[in-house]
Design a protein around this ligand. Sequence first.
Ligand code: COA
Length: 162
Amino acid sequence: MEAKRVSDSMVEMRELILPNDTNILGNLLGGRLLHWVDVAGAMAASKHAQSIVATACIDSVDFNHPVHVGEMIVLKAKLTWVGNTSMEVMVEVCSDNYITGETKFTNKAYLIFVALDEKGNPKPVPKLILETEEEKREYQDALKRREARLKRRASNTDKQCL
Ligand SMILES: CC(C)(COP(=O)(O)OP(=O)(O)OC[C@H]1O[C@@H](n2cnc3c(N)ncnc32)[C@H](O)[C@@H]1OP(=O)(O)O)[C@@H](O)C(=O)NCCC(=O)NCCS
């Protein structure tokens, strides 16, 4: 498998916030935003792996600013780390009020996707070529996040249903 650059699988996605996406105050619902974060991340991971992917994990997400009905959001997704069959994707979200031109950084999330073969089993993914200092720094930070996730995963394996 040929290694790929981060830029080869970057995704940018825009959504217009419609009334059906909002709560009674006219602000974007958190669950709807998470859906788009998941979709943008999955597209970047699928493009890198050239494969179907499953979401294994979404790290905590902070909602920094409300996004209002009628505004746009811009989601940018890029690979930050790859393992054997799993990939970490960073998704950043900004709101864009196209009337006033004001933009705000609203969210950032890290997600783990696993590449799956036709039987639904994890399959290897291409290595990641790191070209910039920022990509190298993100990769090192991703190693620490992975350690924390694997510890959390291990502590959940024996949990029983209520
Ligand atoms: C994600 C899933 C495919 C992993 O399958 P598995 O048989 O447990 O496979 P493994 O234990 O070998 O894990 C595969 C890879 O994912 C990583 N991984 C799995 N769960 C993880 C988690 N919660 N956090 C971080 N990494 C995780 C493993 O570290 C491994 O990485 P590596 O191959 O790069 O070293 C499986 O748990 C699953 O199907 N989960 C449900 C997914 C889902 O329904 N998502 C929502 C809809 S898409």
